[in-house]
Design a protein around this ligand. Structure first.
Ligand SMILES: NC(=O)C1=CN([C@@H]2O[C@H](COP(=O)(O)OP(=O)(O)OC[C@H]3O[C@@H](n4cnc5c(N)ncnc54)[C@H](OP(=O)(O)O)[C@@H]3O)[C@@H](O)[C@H]2O)C=CC1
Ligand SMILES: CCCCCC/C=C/C(=O)O
Length: 500
């Protein structure tokens, strides 16, 4: 908990949504959130304690055993589509809130908010199409069918890099499945989720279907360990994901985990180099590299290494750092001072390892950027895949270049990581493109593109990048339990001592 000063008490003070009511934390504690461009506090939110989380879970449980389940699946879908419509209208305002809270470019947020309603339309449309099966009879006079029932109350834990997008990955399929939800945004960036929550009542959702508790570790830990939470959907670091899974295991809550990455962006010498350079830049400098799918390892075929690296560096040096609300800015600040410090330490250690920092490697010196948590677009060369900077998730604008000679070597390096979230492949050879896409052990492979995203393509990680999938038809089943129902159609008495 941060203790507000008298100046902080003048800031916009948001409340959290529990059971359809806007509330402060029961002990009145508040979190202060900082605009990473100005380095100054800009809003406050409740700092929920265990009691508040318990109240939110109770509200979600009541909605589950009451009005939400009483609605037909079509009615629930209609609520979701109304939410989508409201999001279309309010998207631009929500984009500005999130940009102020986490420093993501408004340029990118505007695109995200234009597509976010599609999640609620798509999954809202699915709500009344979650069909069970009637397996053909294999026993005489027995009729069997399956039902996909809502799993229960879902706890959704969000990171700070893309709160509204990553919340929608979880909330849209959960609502479609008939679940109710308690969302806990990251303590650094709670405000856009609270602003989004204002749309639920207007869209016609019964109170308690969607709840938000804002707070830090106390709130998150209580949500994960709460015995009435049936499922935790988490996005964040691999280390925290492991904690969450262990804690959820105490009451066997289901989990989906979307965790870290160290994704390879692989450029072969037959690639369209202009397109590849664009994709390499987008992979690592979009969102200031603060994305789980950052293409943070550039694997480049040795024959084009020098030319490609020189051209990527030339463009990286001209990336326009600036106010994330200014649509002409190309890269914003890191979201928090802690994240900036983490990035700086990685680069310092790379230098100490004898690696070359080809460009960037420092905070910008322009006075207009001095208050913000900026770090220059950085390229580290001379590394091999064993160096720390090639193995650990940095979550910042730092690209590590690793040369390779053959396709087999590219695959070996690409897969030599504990992560497996994404990968890019740049080649004009269609056979190689498919061979690579099949050989790389990662949940998403982009060929001649990078960081593409849509609601109907599954997203998730292999290995330590996660468990389960978000988005796509199957995501709904991350929020259902399948029940088998058996009906005896015969009038005969059965032998009680023999399995039927
Ligand atoms: N895969 C991804 O998209 C992301 C990866 N990261 C990686 O994680 C690193 C550290 O960032 P950080 O913010 O600390 O990420 P965390 O993974 O620690 O935090 C992400 C979310 O999880 C919550 N959380 C963390 N631990 C627990 C727990 N034991 N029980 C319940 N909730 C928990 C946090 O809450 P709170 O902090 O409010 O207590 C926050 O809401 C980054 O540098 C980056 O490498 C970060 C964000 C997103
Ligand atoms: C298939 C792409 C999924 C993107 C996952 C979330 C990324 C968020 C971000 O980059 O801000």
């Amino acid at each position: 908990m941060t203790v507000p000063t008298s100046a902080d008490r003048q800031l916009p003070a948001y409340q959290m949504l529990i059971g359809g009511e806007w509330r402060d934390a029961s002990d009145g504690a508040r979190l202060i959130t900082v605009n990473p461009f100005t380095g100054k506090s800009w809003a406050t939110a409740p700092d929920a304690g265990e009691q508040d989380v318990d109240a939110a879970v109770a509200a979600a449980s009541a909605a589950l055993s009451g009005p939400w389940t009483a609605m037909t699946a079509s009615e629930r879908g209609a609520c979701m589509r109304r939410l989508a419509q409201l999001l279309r209208e309010r998207g631009p305002a929500l984009a500005e809130v999130e940009t102020t809270d986490n420093g993501k470019l408004l340029r990118e947020m505007s695109g995200q908010m234009a597509s976010l309603p599609d999640w609620y339309d798509y999954f809202g449309g699915l709500a009344d199409k979650i069909e069970g099966a009637t397996p053909p009879p294999t026993k005489a006079n027995v009729f069997t069918y399956t039902r996909h029932e809502p799993i229960g109350v879902v706890g959704a834990i969000l990171p700070w890099n893309s709160p509204l997008l990553l919340m929608s990955f979880k909330v849209a399929p959960a609502l479609a499945a008939g679940c109710t939800v308690v969302v806990k945004p990251a303590e650094q960036t709670p405000i856009s989720t609270l602003a989004f929550a204002q749309l639920f009542e207007e869209a016609g959702f019964p109170p308690g279907v969607f709840n938000v508790v804002t707070g830090g570790r106390t709130a998150g830990a209580r949500l994960v360990s709460h015995p009435d939470v049936a499922k935790i959907a988490f996005t964040g670091s691999t280390e925290s994901g492991i904690h969450v899974m262990k804690s959820a295991a105490d009451h066997l809550a289901r989990v989906t985990l979307e965790l870290g990455g160290k994704s390879p962006n692989i450029v072969f010498d037959d690639a369209d180099l202009d397109a590849a350079i664009n994709g390499v830049l987008s992979g690592i400098y979009a969102a200031s590299g603060q994305t789980c799918i950052a293409g943070s390892r550039l694997l480049v075929q040795r024959t084009i290494h020098d030319e490609l690296v020189a051209r990527v560096a030339a463009r990286a040096r001209t990336i326009r750092l600036g106010d994330p609300l200014d649509l002409s800015s190309e890269m914003g600040p890191c979201a928090t001072i802690e994240q900036l410090e983490k990035v700086m330490l990685f680069v310092e250690r790379a230098r100490a390892d004898g690696l070359k920092v080809l460009c960037g490697g420092q905070r910008p010196t322009a006075p207009e950027l001095a208050e913000g948590y900026f770090y220059e677009p950085t390229i580290v060369t001379g590394a091999n895949n064993g160096h720390e900077i090639a193995r650990e998730e940095i979550f910042g604008p730092v690209l590590t270049v690793i040369p390779f000679d053959s396709e087999a070597e590219a695959i070996e390096i690409a897969n030599d990581t504990r992560f497996g979230l994404g990968a890019g492949v740049w080649t004009t050879d269609i056979k190689r493109a498919h061979r690579m896409a099949h050989a790389i052990r990662a949940g998403s492979v982009w060929v001649n593109c990078y960081r593409m995203l849509t609601y109907n393509m599954p997203f998730g990680g292999y290995k330590m990048s996660g468990i389960g999938r978000e988005n796509g038809l199957d995501a709904v089943h991350e929020y259902t339990e399948t029940k088998g129902v058996w009906i005896d159609l015969s009038n005969e008495s059965r032998d009680p001592f023999v399995m039927g």
